[in-house]
Structures are given as structure tokens and as C-alpha cells.
Write a new protein. Structure first.
Length: 231
């Protein structure tokens, strides 16, 4: 799940688009090396620059400018790649539950919370990246798009479980926003024990919400559990 917090986005007029979209594998590998080097520099506390990135990758500065017009465009693309990867991972996890059975969703919630937290904890350059971009409009647009995509993906699974579209959309939004808030709280703590406890509390809250809403919106079977509706 996409975690983010910070001040109001800063407006920017710099070109943050990719100059040349890599089509061949060799070009894609070069772009990945450039983005990885930028994140490594930020994680190491070093100043990121096209010159420093060139030194870190062993690529000529001119090669970097073939793909990116400036440093901001490199950092923006690094953030876009990061959010796309976690969004794709969440989509894979969401393919599993196709029913209104809360037990199926409890397993999925465990996976989503754990995978999301592990991913962003491993991305040491994530918050450095946001700071380097000074929470620009472009950065917030990428984060917002990632959250909207995850909400749509979750809503689709709720609809497949038998919920009406408006109920599915609301449940997905509430589930995502609640999880993001607690995941952000956990990841910003330097106390490992506190971090893990918050993540576990996050799971408990989300599972209780899903169970309550499924029972309220779908109904229960003879055992008192939400009816399993398969589509």
C-alpha cells in the first residue's frame, strides 16, 4: 500500500518528463541503472546530481541526458517506478479473494500489510526522494494516482464478492486510507517493537472492518459468517 505524508506540494515548472522512453532492453537497463544510482546516492546521504549519477553508473553524462533533461526528471521517474512496482504487487495479492468470506480477506489483508510495509522499509531512498523532490505537484500526482489505482483494484475485488459498486468503492477507500495512515505511522518510527505492533494493530482494525461490512452488506450464512459469494 502506498505510504505518504508531508507538507503541501510545491509547484514546479521544471520539465520532469522522460526525454526518451527506452524501448530496447539495453536502454531500459541503462535507465534502471540511472534510477538505482539516484536512489543510492540519496540513501547514502550524498548529493544527487547528474554528474554524481554518471560516476556511480559509469555512464557518460551525455548518455543520461539522452533519457532525462534534468535531475528532477530522474527523481520523478524513480518515484513513478517505485509506486508502480508496489501497485503491481498489490494487484497480484488482490487476485486471490473472489468471495465475501472474511476468512479469505483476512489472509489477503495480512499479505497486503506485510508486503507493503516490507517494500517501503526496503526502499531506503523513498523519503529522501520525496524530500529531494520537495513534495512537488508531480510527486503528489504520482502518489495520488497510485492510491487511486489501488483503491480501484480493491473495489473491483469487493464487487466480485457481491458488493454494490458504491459500497465497494467506499469500502476500498476507507480500507486503503486507514491502512496508509497506520503504515506511515509504523514506518516513520525508529522503534522496531513499536513498528511491528502498529502493523499488527493495523491488520486487526482492517479485518474487523471488512468482517463487519461484509456481514452488514452481504448478510450471513447459517453459521453466522458472511456468505461466500463467488462470481
Amino acid at each position: 500500500m502506498t505510504a505518504t505524508s508531508g507538507p503541501k506540494p510545491k509547484k514546479t515548472h521544471k520539465d520532469q518528463s522522460v526525454r526518451r522512453v527506452p524501448a530496447q532492453r539495453r536502454s531500459r537497463e541503462r535507465v534502471d541503472r540511472i534510477l538505482d544510482a539516484a536512489l543510492d546516492l540519496l540513501s547514502d546521504g550524498a548529493k544527487a546530481s547528474t554528474t554524481a549519477i554518471a560516476e556511480r553508473t559509469g555512464l557518460p553524462v551525455g548518455t543520461i541526458y539522452q533519457f532525462f533533461p534534468n535531475l528532477d526528471s530522474i527523481l520523478t521517474e524513480a518515484l513513478r517506478r517505485m509506486i508502480k512496482r508496489i501497485t503491481d504487487d498489490m494487484q497480484q495479492i488482490l487476485q486471490r479473494p473472489r468471495t465475501g468470506d472474511p476468512l479469505h480477506w483476512e489472509e489477503t489483508i495480512d499479505l497486503m500489510v506485510d508486503e507493503g510495509a516490507s517494500y517501503f522499509a526496503a526502499q531506503k531512498g523513498y523519503r529522501h526522494l520525496l524530500r529531494a523532490l520537495q513534495y512537488s505537484d508531480e510527486a503528489f500526482d504520482i502518489l495520488s494516482e497510485g492510491r487511486q489505482t489501488q483503491a480501484r483494484q480493491t473495489a473491483d475485488r469487493f464487487e466480485a464478492a457481491g458488493l454494490a459498486p458504491e459500497d465497494a468503492a467506499m469500502m476500498a477507500r476507507v480500507l486503503l486510507e486507514a491502512s496508509l495512515a497506520l503504515t506511515t505511522l509504523a514506518l516513520t518510527s525508529r522503534d522496531d517493537q513499536f513498528r511491528q505492533r502498529v502493523l499488527e494493530e493495523n491488520k486487526i482494525l482492517l479485518k474487523a472492518y471488512v468482517r463487519e461490512r461484509f456481514i452488514g452488506l452481504i448478510g450471513t450464512n447459517d453459521d453466522g459468517d458472511a456468505r461466500a459469494i463467488v462470481k
